[in-house]
Design a protein around this ligand. Structure first.
Ligand code: HEC
Length: 253
């Protein structure tokens, strides 16, 4: 009898324990759900909203001075801007004042500070890439060989200057790069559409076009010193020309 009683009691006790455990588990679950923060609900300011926390009442903070976004350090000035420091191979101050052509384009002759040399190796691949990009972005206005007779111009857009005159044959490569980057006069810049390496590729293709369109078959910019224009010193483009010639003509010139 006593044994039986004990059994009953112990079984009662067993039931009580597991019930308590269930209750505790439920309470824990409920509590922990109550404490949970979803990422989207975390305390934060919305951009440009008001805030009493900062003395200027703006939630958005200015970036610390000199902040550089990842991947935008751009230490190679020549590569990213087409411009160089004094002491580097850069074009000198202008010899003549800018003139206007019939289409109202200012015929720029001030190339000062722009690099004469390509800041990357000029390879056949680079020129091929430049040709492909030129045909995407530039041919519509500047025409197939750079004479400024592209389809948009034939439909009425004002004509750009030809690449194939002495002024632009003797212009430093940095000039073409700079115009693609920031634009010039009626032409808008292409920095947002064409990454730096592709801009240089296009410049190498423009040089190739200039060589192909030179009536004498000679750019007159070789270290022999016979520059065909006076706006830049004879030696200013020699390296560029060598690089291009080496690739276009298999290094014969
Ligand atoms: C919508 C037509 C148009 C397109 C597309 C265009 N350009 Fe131009 N570009 C012009 C015009 C017009 C000018 C003359 C601007 C002026 O002087 O007011 C010009 C000027 C230039 C010059 C300056 C020449 C000088 O006088 O020194 C260069 C270099 C040049 N473009 C290169 C390019 C390259 C490279 C591309 C392609 C990435 C391109 N352009 C795309 C219309 C265009």
């Amino acid at each position: 009898m006593l044994k039986n009683k004990l059994k009953v009691q112990s079984s009662k006790f067993k039931v009580g324990k597991s019930t308590a455990f269930c209750l505790l588990l439920t309470a824990y679950c409920l509590l922990s759900v109550g404490c949970r923060y979803d990422m989207q609900d975390q305390p934060r300011y919305k951009a440009y909203k008001k805030s009493d926390f900062f003395s200027d009442n703006r939630a958005s903070r200015n970036l610390p001075e000199g902040t550089v976004p990842r991947g935008f350090l751009r230490e190679d000035k020549a590569f990213y801007t087409g411009k160089g420091e004094s002491g580097q191979n850069i074009a000198p101050a202008p010899a003549a004042t800018p003139a206007m052509d019939a289409s109202g384009n200012s015929l720029m002759t001030d190339f000062s500070g722009l690099v004469n040399e390509f800041p990357l190796p000029v390879t056949k691949e680079l020129i091929d890439r430049g040709e492909q990009r030129y045909k995407v972005f530039c041919i519509v206005c500047h025409g197939p060989v750079g004479n400024g007779d592209g389809m948009i111009v034939r439909r009425g857009f004002s004509q750009p200057p030809t690449y194939n005159d002495d002024r632009l044959r003797n212009a430093p490569v940095g000039h073409f790069y700079n115009v693609i980057t920031v634009g010039q006069g009626k032409m808008n810049g292409y920095a947002s559409q064409i990454p730096p390496a592709d801009r240089w590729a296009i410049v190498s293709y423009i040089r190739t076009l200039q060589i192909s369109q030179n009536p004498n078959g000679n750019m007159q910019m070789t270290p022999t010193g016979k520059s065909s224009a006076n706006s830049a010193p004879p030696s200013s483009n020699s390296n560029t020309t060598n690089a291009i010639n080496a690739n276009v003509n298999g290094g014969e010139r």
